[in-house]
Design a protein around this ligand. Structure first.
Ligand code: 5CA
Length: 439
């Protein structure tokens, strides 16, 4: 992509309405624009990041055996009346009336709808277990939408739902998602810590929140330092095997948010030099809630003995749009965003320091063509701007690599390759740079 033709409306000034760094940087980098309170438009750079996050979330859901569906954003009220949540959800639910006077709502979550889909088509114990997920926009009329897309009213969520014959089966599904979440967040460049949680309006009795440490987080968290030091991607996971030992390993280590925190237990279970108390951002939340929805909505299968049994369910959410902000909170410096490779909107930013110089333009055009031909995503700053402006925008948007071409280098037959994260620079030949970037 050439920057001269790209829609990336960056801001020089720090927007005064933004209180936290990720919100400021997302606005300044031209990733999002507010449409109304807690509701955002995603601009090209933001969409690229969102799609990358979605892709990783989807790959890991599929790997764990979940199947993708797509449910609508607008739901009829009747299922929610059956489950009892139509009233219980209160003013956070956006209620809509259609032209026939029918009560509808913009889904804040999908337990009712997925349970209804399931109960229509599944009758036998042979049809379970199943895990069905979608990635869809949600609406919650939050009292205090804030921090940009971090606590929005409209937001993108991955929500997965599991159906099993009994608790033992449901626990296996829960374990799959538990492990899958560790992997998903690690691939997004995050250390997300599973914390024992209360299940709130979703209901149920087994629940973990996945929380990343960040000073601007909304929850206070207390945990064992071992969570920070682990490498979950180093190990291959057999989702058909027994995941209980892995899950137990993590759930026995102390990790609690403030509402569940027990200072005496914390001191007893975690040596002082291993104690972490910080703030954190919730990026995922998993629940086992048994037959809470299957009973009222009639999701019943016949057991091997021919008895009708309501299925045991769980639901598993990831805040896909929130993650864009959470990743920035976890990875930035005073000059801007530092994207992990896996979600970066482009792999490399190509900077022509002197757009009016024919030799520079030739080297840049040539590199641009070769990089694209090799399948490397490249944003080419071909604008007629001062070098300082170009460096500043490239640092702001945080692509992993910067490839800088200037008249002095071109004379010597070299370009400069800079790593955004470390600031490390190298003068190398254009061919060597190509080799590096396509490796
Ligand atoms: N049905 C269950 C799980 S599928 C559920 O709705 N869980 S939740 O309420 O915990 O939401 C799942 C995830 O969505 C949260 O962990 C959080 O990362 C994200 N999320 C929740 N509310 C918002 C919001 N207002 N703005 C952005 N992300 C949100």
């Amino acid at each position: 992509m050439r920057l001269t033709g790209y829609f990336m409306p960056t801001l020089k000034e720090t927007p005064s309405e933004a209180q936290i760094v990720s919100h400021r940087l997302m606005l300044r980098a031209g990733m999002i624009r507010q449409a109304s309170a807690g509701i955002y438009s995603w601009l090209p750079l933001g969409v690229r990041v969102l799609k990358n996050i979605e892709r990783i979330v989807r790959e890991e859901q599929d790997l764990a055996g979940a199947q993708e569906v797509l449910m609508p954003t607008i739901q009829a009220a009747d299922l929610w009346q059956k489950s009892g949540r139509y009233d219980a959800y209160g003013p956070e639910m956006l209620r809509i009336t259609d032209r026939h006077g029918r009560e509808m709502l913009y889904g804040p979550t999908n337990e009712e709808l997925i349970t209804d889909i399931f109960q229509h088509s599944v009758k036998s114990y042979r049809d379970v277990p199943k895990m069905l997920y979608h990635i869809q926009w949600k609406f919650r009329d939050e009292v205090r939408p804030r921090f940009g897309i971090m606590r929005g009213r409209e937001f993108l969520m991955k929500d997965n739902y599991s159906f099993d014959l009994d608790f033992a089966g449901a626990k296996k599904s829960y374990n799959k998602m538990f492990v899958s979440y560790l992997r998903t967040f690690a691939r997004l460049g995050l250390k997300a810590i599973p914390m024992a949680a209360e299940s709130g309006p979703i209901g149920g009795d087994l629940s973990h929140e996945f929380i990343i440490l960040a000073d601007t987080g909304e929850s206070a968290v207390y945990c064992h330092r071992d969570f920070i030091d682990f490498d979950v991607l180093g190990q291959t996971i057999d989702y058909d095997g027994d995941l209980e030992p892995i899950v137990n390993h993590w759930t026995k280590l102390y990790a609690r948010t403030d509402d569940m925190h027990d200072p005496a237990a914390f001191d007893k279970q975690v040596p002082a030099d291993k104690q972490i108390s910080n703030r954190g951002i919730e990026v995922g939340h998993i629940f086992y809630f048994g037959t809470k929805y299957s009973e009222p909505l009639g999701a019943v299968v016949s057991s091997a003995e021919g008895q009708p049994v309501p299925v045991h369910m769980g639901s598993y959410g990831i805040g896909v749009s929130r993650l864009a902000g959470a990743i920035i909170e976890a990875s930035h410096d005073e000059n801007g965003i530092i994207w992990p490779e896996s979600v970066a909107p482009f792999h490399v930013g190509l900077i022509n320091l002197k757009a009016s110089d024919a030799a520079c333009a030739k080297v840049c055009d040539d590199l641009y063509g070769k990089l694209r031909a090799a399948g490397v995503e490249v944003l080419y700053d071909d604008r007629d701007e001062r070098p300082g402006t170009k460096f500043a925008s490239m640092d702001l948007i945080g692509l992993p690599w910067q490839l800088v071409v200037g008249p002095r280098g071109v004379d010597k037959g070299v370009v400069e390759l800079k790593r955004r994260r470390s600031g490390e620079r190298e003068e190398i030949s254009a061919d060597a740079a190509m080799a590096r970037l396509t490796a």
